[in-house]
Design a protein around this ligand. Structure first.
Ligand code: ZN
Length: 77
């Protein structure tokens, strides 16, 4: 087995696993609020709702976003 073939197989396997994860679990934790849905302000240390995820604590994964865009392009909408 050549190193190029091994690298290609590893790349395809990792891509397949990520695509399956995006299909099964389309939402991931918000990086801004770490999944809590609230953020603490810097100056007064008050808790405010996270604007990045609309206080849900979840965000659509990049792979799922790409999949949705591809589906939209194929459908022609
Ligand atoms: Zn958030």
């Amino acid at each position: 087995m050549t190193p190029e073939l091994l690298a290609t197989l590893t790349l395809f396997t990792a891509s397949g696993v990520y695509a399956l994860a995006c299909w099964l679990y389309p939402f991931g934790k918000c990086r801004t609020c770490k999944g809590t849905g609230t953020r603490q302000t810097l100056i007064r240390k008050k808790f405010k709702p996270c604007r990045s995820c609309s206080a849900s604590g979840l965000k659509l994964r990049y792979g799922r976003r790409l999949f949705n865009y591809g589906r939209k392009v194929v459908k022609g909408q």
